[in-house]
Write a protein of this length. Structure first.
Length: 198
């Protein structure tokens, strides 16, 4: 078996390498050999009244996706594996992954099953060891960000007119008659002493 055949039949195959990719990492990651797609529905835990709609008692949770990725520092050229000293594709890929995670922007992810919009990186796992050698093996966990849409509702003209007329009307309250009381200097001294406790 040739080196190229061995490489393409390895666990991390590079056949159809770009059928799955994350926005910002296209052309950087050699392959995504593992994908995990998760769809979850949250239902109520209390009894549902008979005759009610199921949609009133369940809600779809954000989509979740986990991708394993592989980047090699080695190239296949002329039926041989070539290592270019000083040029680490795995280091460059890790820098890109870190930038995307810290940028906190929703991403588009294309997979073999479907295209996901508005996905946010939640976790990145990477554990280099002697088995990975001159390569980067990682896993990215992504979760869908659901944006709420604001809808504006225009009130009928009749309601608007009634509300504006009601706002223009003012009510008066009769607080009765008020009398002024004259206080002498002696009374003022008594009041001050009572307040100060002297």
């Amino acid at each position: 078996m040739s080196i190229v055949d061995a490489l393409t039949s390895f666990d991390f195959t590079i056949i159809d390498r770009y059928s799955t990719y994350i926005q910002g990492l296209w052309g950087v990651v050699d392959a995504h050999p593992d994908e995990e797609h998760r769809i979850s529905i949250d239902t109520t835990n209390y009894p549902i009244e008979s005759g009610s709609s199921g949609t009133d008692n369940a809600v779809k949770l954000p989509d979740k996706l986990s991708l394993e990725g592989w980047v090699s520092d080695l190239f296949v050229a002329s039926n041989a594996i070539v290592d270019i000293p000083g040029y680490g594709r795995s280091t460059e890929a890790w820098g890109r992954i870190r930038f995307l995670a810290e940028n906190l922007e929703p991403l588009t992810v294309v997979t073999r099953l479907q295209t996901y919009e508005n996905m946010m990186i939640k976790n990145v796992h990477c554990a280099p060891n002697e088995k990975t050698g001159k390569s980067l093996r990682f896993r990215i966990d992504l979760e869908e960000v659901i944006f709420a849409q604001t809808r504006l509702t225009k009130l009928p003209p009749s309601n608007v007119d009634q509300d504006s007329e009601a706002a223009d009307k003012t009510s008066t309250v009769d607080f009765g008659q008020k009398q002024s009381i004259e206080i002498s200097d002696d009374d003022t001294d008594l009041i001050i002493n009572a307040i100060s406790g002297t």
